[in-house]
Design a protein around this ligand. Sequence first.
Ligand code: FAD
Ligand code: EPU
Length: 339
Amino acid sequence: MELQQHADLSRHNTFGIAAQAAYLATFRSVEELRALLQDPLVAKLPQLILGGGSNVLFTGNYAGAVLVNGIAGIAVVSEDAQHVSVRAGAGETWHDFVLHCVAQGWGGLENLSLIPGKVGAAPMQNIGAYGVEIKDTFEALEALRISDGSIVRFDREACAFGYRESFFKRAGRGQYVILNVTFRLHKAPHVLNTSYGNISDELVRMGVTRPTIKDVSDAVIAIRRSKLPDPTVIGNAGSFFKNPVVSTEVADRIAAQHPDMPRYPAGPGHVKLAAGWLIERAGWKGHRAGACGVHERQALVLVNHGGATGGQVLQLSEEVMQSIRERFGVELEREVNVV
Ligand code: FAD
Ligand code: EPU
């Protein structure tokens, strides 16, 4: 847990933005984390907890201490004939954890295959994909409260999960370090969730007639590889914006001019729109602004073609938001954490 000074952050963010942190260290246990937080150099500075850096945009150098979560370990905490509760250290790689669960025959996370990042960040925005969110199998997490070093247990209710939302992104922001997360998963026979998008089409393409959780995981991996840019090839942080939830009136007004517009139910009187569709319709898909741009296959993903600064990406995101406001009267909200 050596404290590095003037640390290069480019390998700590999937956007590949070149920035420096005044200090950076990796902790592998709660004891190492406590020691770091008490270090006189760290204690007087702002602190940023980082997992895989796949949902952050650095807009400049970070004049504080970046603390990278490296807490490992996967353990079964309880089980019965139908369920298993499994706890993962916050520094475990999310996708490896999902593959481990699939290999053990534990169902519930297979639709969330190939999401980048670490386990500890998953509750931050209640990660979701292909009809599943972590709140569906979440049991509890343990977090260190930075103000007094105590360890607090949060159940699902206390996390206040919503669409790409949680307590930790709102009231609890910057106050806790998530240490481990426990999921309640299902043993066979599994209830599969193949209704979303093109999972069932992909299973047919794969020649699968009686799918297992491994088949669903493989189908999701194939779909994601075909749609989303690989951050090791082209810098990005996944969807840059959330899909906006608007009133039925607003959705109907836009649909009157665009009958083909995708829309999803979002509770009484509300509709979720596809931000990628809005951005594409506004003409941004494949747009390039110097070294950054809008991805050519997924307009919801802003990309760094190489050498972009965080400020340039932020500026592009402003222009996209302005254009969607003017064109559709819809306000986009960033999903990525701007630092
Ligand atoms: P980081 O980027 O390191 O951190 C994200 C935020 O969480 C920061 O504010 C950080 O301070 C905070 N944080 C991180 N760890 C902790 C901790 N232990 N305690 C307290 N705070 C912490 N997301 C989805 O939901 N669904 C998708 O389908 C999806 N697809 C993606 C595809 C691509 C190609 C990419 C690049 C990203 C995608 N994402 C998706 C976004 C991202 O993968 C998730 O948000 C992921 O959970 C981020 O994990 P991380 O470890 O990289 O977090
Ligand atoms: N669409 C377009 N043009 C585009 C992109 C999308 O018209 O350029 C349309 C699609 O045709 C489809 C609709 O928009 O009708 C939705 O597209 P898609 O299924 O690709 O999903 P998304 O809404 O763009 C969301 C999540 C993703 C998640 C996928 C799959 C958000 C903000 N994004 O994307 O999450 O992987 O669904 O479930 O909710 C992330 O959060 O980083 C992320 C990648």
